[in-house]
Design a protein. Structure first.
Lengths: 365, 365
DNA sequence: ATGAAAGCGCTAACAG
DNA sequence: CTGTTAGCGCTTTCAT
């Protein structure tokens, strides 16, 4: 049990190598203008003393935190968030940056986080994922001096760079597909149980669907929407449980709405694959023949869909994350960005949960 | 375009409030021994100046980094890693700690990381997930002064605390199940494509299986093992591709081995659910009737298994993460740990991919 | 190519 | 309860 072992500092190395601290700093950081011999001596001393820099001290002295914050809604562990984060991590960690996740549970968390941003150099950049910022917040971002990069944020305003997919266009593609398959009544299903009372940019998908449906000539009677429970203002706090029970119940509730609909939809689009596969299972259990009588389309390209060959809209959050990180890197280095705001592609993956509806064939009432 | 806006520091607030910096520090941190009036004045000044602390400066001065590192093998985005991380994050972020992930791709990364640990106070604690450390490394951990906490590490040696599931016991349960269902030839399948050349503690599962099989009276002819490709020393660098192609190919390779086995197994255990569902799909495609003729068991309790009602061994990495974080917190606060090393439960979840083998019934050769 | 010195923004004794 | 005084460990002009 040795006493409070005082950490070895750059000064110890300097003494050991017989040079000044500034020389040690230069040598160990690989800067030029250091005599090779000196450098070798310093490195040997550092090695011998098992010295490594204190990031904290370096940060304070240099003004660069070597740290970027990633703001995520609800959880780090959803398919989209986790993949996005991984992409960001991949690029930034390689360049020596720490990538620190911050999960926002309620609107207030975001506001609070943003408030801590100005004035102090805690981060070299902030990457914001999927949040819908109000006008005031976006204006506020403009006052900040560090790079702010958005991923799937509805507006580019306030951001130095953004990367996103085009949800509207993707939904339009889905609606066109359903129409071309002969579906005259369609439905959009949102993820029933939101993990927290946050409105994030997934919610633009439903609008995109409705917009596309209108353009494709569907009238109100032939469009069914099943919004998430939280949208309905159900304030049951029980719902945000970990237990899958709530989710299973919610899924069967959705299935019931679908089955009991006045104008029963035969073309269904679900907000994400995770939800879609559960609904698929439930609907089949209730006797719906998919894809013979009903077509189901997911969204994401999550591997859960592979097992059941779910037709879906694929996106690549890993790439989204990488792209955002690349832009962040450039911005931190004051390099010019040829295209600050980019749109990443999505693609319709046709698999086994969609098929042409035989004309004249209708579901029994 | 205002000039380099110099950040507002604690000194600015002090001046504004007409007090000393230390008073500001105390007031804003909520320490006692501060006159309520003074505190109010300071808070007003801080608010007015939009002041927030520089974490970096605080860390340097106080010696507490308020940051803990989480070391993860291969990727942050596997089911186990992501859930574990989320659990850790949940607990630690609530207490004001930054939780910083570090992904290790090769053995060297770990060694390098560990080397940077001594001497400098970059982290207040380190949480290590699933790594197998050699004797020298474990001994090294003992020399460190900050808390080291392990999750699913094979040996408690070198760690101040650990949380783990009992893989051996769980595998024993699986083997007993298969035996009781009447399976006389059994197989263990490892995840074919490892994301990186890392050996992490998942590999103890196969040993557990073999051990259990021996104890339950299976002889070598009736045990088939299909180790991961990387174990076989296949050095194809192509394999670590992102494309699912490699994985799909690997799965069908496994299926082929199973189908072509001299003593065809009817009870199969797969390292994890993700892999299991893919294999399930492929085996069914090849005409195997599961569970009527063959039983399949996964591992994890990943929600991918829900869709196909996969029988599996459930574990709860979220809880593992929370538990580890709790211990970490206690250690950082020098609180005593009543039980430094704990084992979390797993449970066998019987679903639709296992069933009793009708006696006398055999697969056609 | 190297050293001396002045901070970076804050905390933590120690006085008062 | 509040102010004074030293640093925390490193980077960075500015000399030399």
């Amino acid at each position: 049990m040795p006493g409070q072992q005082t950490r070895t500092t750059i000064a110890d190395v300097a003494k050991e190598a017989g040079v000044s601290v500034s020389t040690v700093s230069r040598a160990l950081r690989g800067l030029d203008k250091v005599n090779p011999d000196t450098r070798a001596r310093v490195e040997a001393a550092a090695e011998k003393l098992r010295f490594t820099f204190s990031k904290t001290a370096s940060s304070l002295a240099s003004g660069k935190a070597m740290r970027v914050a990633v703001l995520l809604p609800n959880e780090i562990n959803s398919w989209f968030n986790a993949n996005t984060f991984e992409g960001v991590y991949e690029v930034l960690s390689r360049e020596g940056y720490d990538v620190v996740p911050y999960v926002m549970w309620e609107e207030d968390d975001l506001a609070r986080f943003l408030r801590t941003l100005p004035g102090t150099q805690n981060f070299d950049a902030v990457i914001v994922v999927s949040f819908i910022l109000d006008r005031a917040q976006r204006a506020f971002l403009d006052t900040l001096t560090i790079p702010m990069v958005g991923i799937n944020v509805p507006s580019t305003e306030g951001f130095d760079a953004t990367v996103r997919i085009d949800d509207e266009a993707a939904m339009h593609g889905v609606v066109r597909l359903l129409r071309s398959l002969g579906h005259e009544a369609i439905a959009y299903v949102e993820q029933p149980v939101q993990p927290s009372p946050f409105t994030c940019s997934d919610s633009v998908r439903m609008d995109g669907f409705l917009d596309a449906a209108a353009r494709e000539g569907y009238d109100e009677e032939h469009i069914l929407t099943i919004p998430s429970l939280s949208r309905l203002g159900s304030e049951d706090e029980e719902e945000a449980q970990e237990s899958v029970g709530g989710e299973a119940a919610a899924i069967s509730g959705i299935a019931a709405q679908l089955v009991g609909a006045i104008c029963r939809p035969t073309g269904i689009c679900v907000e994400n694959d995770r939800c879609a596969v559960l609904l698929l299972k439930e609907l089949r259990r209730l006797g719906w023949r998919i894809p013979e009588e009903v077509s189901l389309v997911g969204f994401d390209g999550d591997s859960v869909g592979d097992v059941v060959d779910l037709t879906t809209v694929r996106q690549n959050p890993l790439q989204l994350g990488r792209a955002a990180a690349g832009k962040t890197l450039a911005l931190m280095r004051d390099e010019p960005l040829d295209e600050p705001h980019t749109v990443a592609p999505t693609s319709l993956l046709m698999r086994a949960t969609t098929s042409r509806l035989s004309s004249g064939r209708t579901l029994a009432a």
